[in-house]
Structures are given as structure tokens and as C-alpha cells.
Design a protein around this ligand. Structure first.
Ligand code: NIG
Ligand code: FE
Length: 403
């Protein structure tokens, strides 16, 4: 152990997010050793082996795993405030999309933005997430719909990791909408654009996973299955925007492909939950999108609970359906709108979010895991979703480094 880079956080209240541990341990200590958790538990039980390490008191503050935002579209050009106002006046998300607005209008703005501009605008949103205790963020492509722009988005996403102290996981979302060049020919778009772009992204090491939008206004199960086959050939995990606006069979398709996650799910059924449980597919709940679109259907939370489907919570930060850059507020919405407990919401933004990204090295405070921690000016985990809009972050420790 490198003593220089090792220390003990003492005097904390610890929500370790480890199933067998107490939900909140008062008078706790956490050993950070060489970027990893060396030990955590009751401070009075601190093993002799760590007694010589520097002690950093946090004076009763709450310590949790750093938060993980497992579904975002942080990198994009422009914004859609006018479209949002039109929806306030009664316009409809799917109708706007069918007229060539919606995702396609962000595609035009993103194609017009160079990589520096994409990074600069994404950093503003990323900084808001980091101020909420996030240390790992997933970022999707999907506003290029051509090879060049999809790759530029992914390169911009990778650059975020060099600009800030954060882990970025990139997801290729080439199947997000059908561009006008391929109107009514979605399978041709998959074959001619999405698959070659995915291969190019993979060759450049730009894609950690593959995603699609399975919906009436986007792609059907057959097109998504074609893309997933390519992902499998490349050895990449898959995930899917599924059952958001209607029921199309996306959740079961995702489960059949062993997807890491199916996301949105407001229109999912008990049978979908059953299939996801069997496949070990995480349900990623995106209440910011449901709130923004005034969706009245809720995802089948009770069915997920009953079958042990892990529920993650994410912002879905994007310019159309969820202009939300606060993971804590997403947690609040998951509780208030859909009945998650505060503890479920925190699990959704930590351990279950890690699983939705296929990351087994983080999301909890346990020996051997990455030392990604959030220290809060709070006494208990429920304050994170309860205190809406109130800054609570005291500091983050990322890979063992305080920042
Ligand atoms: O996750 N559902 C599809 N994609 C995004 C919305 C994209 C947009 O409207 O720009 C989502 O909600
Ligand atoms: Fe999304």
C-alpha cells in the first residue's frame, strides 16, 4: 500500500449500498488505499493494519458511493426550448417528430457543431451533474445519424473524461431516428449507415455499448435485432430505449439479447418484467422524460420489485424529452411520481446504475471497489432526493483522489 495515497475517512455516517450491510452506519470509517476501498465499517472496529494512516475527519457527514448517471445524451448541438413551449400549448412529442422536428432538429444542430463546440456545451451539463455527486456518466451518440457526426459525438464524449475528473462510458446510438434520406426505409438505414458507423466507432475504440430507440416513431424490433446482431459480432453489450411512448416489444427483445438494460419502460408489462428478470436486464427509469412529456403511465415498478429486477434511475439528459442535468432531481421524481423509496432511488443511482453499465468495480462502498465516494452535507440518504434543488455536495473522491 502506498501510504502517500492512502487515508481513512473518519467520523462519517455511511450508506455503503451493500445488500448485507446496514442501510446507514453511524460512526463509520472508510479506508481509501491506492484508489480503492481498503476497508469500511464501524470506526471502533478499524483494523490495526490501517491505524497508522492519515485520518481525515468529516464531522458526521453522510458518505455514499459517488453517483452514476447511466443514461444521458449530454453531447448534442442546440436546444429545443421552442418545441417545449409548443408542447406546453398542446403539441405532441411524437407528432413533432413525425413532422421532422424533435430528434431530427437536434441532428441538424449537432451536424453543424464542431467537436470543440460539442465538448464546450456538454461540459456545462456535465459540471451540473458533477456538482450533484456524479463520478461516472454514460454518454450516447444518436444525433448524427451519419458516420462522421456519430463518430464526432463519441470523440467529444471521450474528451469529457480528459477535461474533468469523471469516468465516461460511451454508447453508440446510431439507431435513434430514421433520417429523411432513408424515410420509410429503416432497415436500409441500419444496413447502410448504422452498421458501418458502428464498425468504425468500434475500430476507433469509441463505443462501450450499443443502444437503439425501439418505438413507432423510430425503429421496430426487426431493425434493432439486426443492429444487436452486429453488436454481438463485435463483442459489445447492448441496451435499449424500450416501451417509452407505446408497447412495441422492445423490453422483451432487449431481454432476449441479454441486454444490460432496458430504459424508459412506462408502457412495459408484467410479462416484460418477467423476461427482464430472467435475463438479468436492469430497468433504467427515466422520470425526467416522463415528467417533461407529461406521461401519465408509470413503469411497472411493483412488478420489477416483485421479480427482483434491479431498478436504476438516470437523468436521460437530452434537449428534447428530458432537459434535466440533476441526478438527484431524477431520484426525487422516481420517488414522488413512481413510488420508489429513497433507498431504492439511491440504489438506482449507484449500484444498479453500475450494473446497467456493466461495471462491477463501483457503485458501492466495499473492499476492493474503486474509491468513488460522495461526501454530503446531510445526515441521511433520504435527504438526497428530499431536498430538491438544495446543494448538498461537500466533496467527491474519485479513484481515491479528493476533488
Ligand atoms: O431518451 N427516446 C429517445 N431518445 C431520447 C429523446 C431524444 C430527444 O427527444 O432528443 C430519450 O428520451
Ligand atoms: Fe434517452
Amino acid at each position: 500500500m502506498d501510504v502517500e495515497q492512502s487515508f481513512v475517512i473518519v467520523g462519517c455516517r455511511l450508506a455503503a449500498m451493500v445488500p448485507e450491510a446496514e442501510p446507514l452506519l453511524p460512526d463509520a470509517a472508510v479506508v481509501v488505499a491506492d484508489g480503492r476501498i481498503g476497508w469500511s465499517g464501524r470506526q471502533e472496529d478499524l483494523p490495526e493494519a490501517f491505524a497508522h494512516l492519515e485520518r481525515r475527519p468529516v464531522h458526521g457527514r453522510l458518505v455514499t458511493p459517488a453517483l452514476i448517471d447511466c443514461h444521458t445524451h449530454l453531447v448534442h448541438g442546440g436546444h429545443r426550448a421552442a418545441e417545449w413551449e409548443a408542447r406546453l400549448r398542446g403539441d405532441d412529442y411524437a407528432a413533432i417528430a413525425r413532422r421532422g422536428g424533435g430528434i431530427l432538429s437536434t441532428v441538424a444542430a449537432t451536424r453543424a457543431a464542431d467537436e470543440d463546440a460539442l465538448v464546450a456545451s456538454a461540459l456545462r451539463r456535465l459540471d451540473a451533474l458533477l456538482a450533484d455527486g456524479v463520478a461516472t456518466v454514460e454518454v450516447k451518440s444518436g444525433y448524427g445519424l451519419d458516420r462522421e457526426t456519430e463518430l464526432r459525438m463519441l470523440r467529444a464524449a471521450r474528451r469529457l473524461e480528459r477535461e474533468r475528473t469523471v469516468t465516461v462510458r460511451t454508447t453508440f446510438l446510431g439507431a435513434h431516428a430514421v433520417p429523411p434520406t432513408h424515410a420509410h426505409r429503416p432497415m436500409d438505414y441500419i444496413a447502410e449507415i448504422a452498421v458501418p458507423a458502428l464498425r468504425a466507432a468500434h475500430a476507433e475504440g469509441l463505443a462501450d455499448a450499443v443502444d437503439g430507440f425501439c418505438e413507432g416513431i423510430a425503429f421496430g424490433p426487426a431493425e434493432i435485432a439486426r443492429l444487436f446482431a452486429e453488436a454481438r459480432a463485435l463483442g459489445l453489450p447492448v441496451k435499449l430505449h424500450a416501451e417509452q411512448l407505446s408497447h412495441t416489444g422492445g423490453a422483451r427483445l432487449a431481454a432476449a439479447h441479454g441486454a444490460l438494460s432496458a430504459d424508459h419502460l412506462e408502457h412495459a408489462t408484467e410479462e416484460d418484467a418477467e423476461a427482464m428478470a430472467r435475463a438479468g436486464t436492469v430497468a433504467v427509469l427515466l422520470p425526467g422524460a416522463a415528467f417533461t412529456l407529461r406521461e401519465t403511465k408509470a413503469p411497472p415498478v411493483e412488478a420489477f420489485r416483485a421479480r427482483g429486477v434491479p431498478m436504476a434511475v438516470a437523468t436521460d439528459c437530452n434537449p428534447g424529452s428530458s432537459p434535466l442535468a440533476s441526478l438527484r432531481l431524477a431520484m426525487t421524481m422516481a420517488c414522488t411520481l413512481w413510488g420508489l423509496s429513497a433507498e431504492e432511488a439511491l440504489a438506482g443511482a449507484t449500484c444498479h446504475a453500475a450494473r446497467a453499465l456493466g461495471l462491477s468495480d463501483r457503485g458501492a462502498v466495499a473492499p476492493g471497489l474503486r474509491a468513488d465516494l460522495a461526501i454530503w452535507d446531510a445526515e441521511e440518504p433520504a435527504e438526497l432526493p428530499y431536498r430538491m434543488g438544495q446543494p448538498l455536495l461537500h466533496g467527491r473522491i474519485v479513484g481515491g483522489v479528493p476533488c
